[in-house]
Design a protein around this ligand. Sequence first.
Ligand code: PY5
Length: 306
Amino acid sequence: MPIPEMAKIWMDGELVDWHDAKIHILTPTLHYGWGVFEGIRAYATDRGPAVFQHRAHMERLHRSARILQMEVPYSVDELMDATRELIRVNGPESCYIRPLVYLGYGEMGLNPLPSRVKVSIAVWPWGTYLGEEGLLNGVKAKTSSWVRIGANMIPTGAKASGVYINSSLAKVEALKAGYDEAILLNEHGHVAEGSGENVFIVSDGVLLTPPLSEGVLQGITRDTVIEFARDLDIPFTESTLLRQDLYLADEAFYTGTAAEVVPIRSCDDREIGAPGPVTKQLQDLFFSVVKGKEPKYDHMLDYVGG
Ligand code: PY5
């Protein structure tokens, strides 16, 4: 997916021209993947662009950095201010937001601690990640031959750059085999998550998703959907899931910032079917909330124009 160009990128407090947002080839993060990032979306609303769950994302960025012993030189509030300013300057109606915390040029070797911690934020308009058709009718998922990294391999609670080799291997395998997205199992063979999404199923009227102890990222969309389910009186529990539970599910869907809420219509060629009532209810509420149409959940939106 080509990135549409914008005017400016925020780098350590400066608004840099898009084409000048460069780093040195010997930047260690490029070599070893020692960095953390976020994926955030701002949606178009009647009051202009609004960043969805802005604080939660920037707090997770700080937590990811803490796990990797990187001290972010900007507070959560400073990062939120920077992002709002960047969106105002670039002027998209809606966009994807990609903050990155990385190691600056100057040191090399596997000890990251002497390196300076740098931060960049980029925004660009980004359409649906798994396609409009997928959002509407569901995507085809495939369990991956790649095992989701375990919490004692690379901490799974950190959204760390290097971890995404694991996710990308699974994504490519799924695409090459003719599917839309992967589902990774963990080292115990339990369902973990998608390459960049959490996974939910509905079974006998109960909404289920694997607990964080299965090595999944604590998705902010996951947390949001759980909150919606509680408010809508949809029975919900965290549960270990086996791949056969996906095959037998009444409904299944992915959640993630890039992906949003996307029905899964089959897994490993077992039909789950057209998006079901629980999936639709949660998906409809999600899109209504992000567009600023649900006063009850307006606190989830950070309006760029104030
Ligand atoms: N699990 C993984 C491995 C993820 O990368 C993501 C987000 C999620 C779950 C869902 O988390 P959240 O709901 O907080 O977004 N993935 C990124 C995103 O921006 C990168 C995907 C290209 O959605």
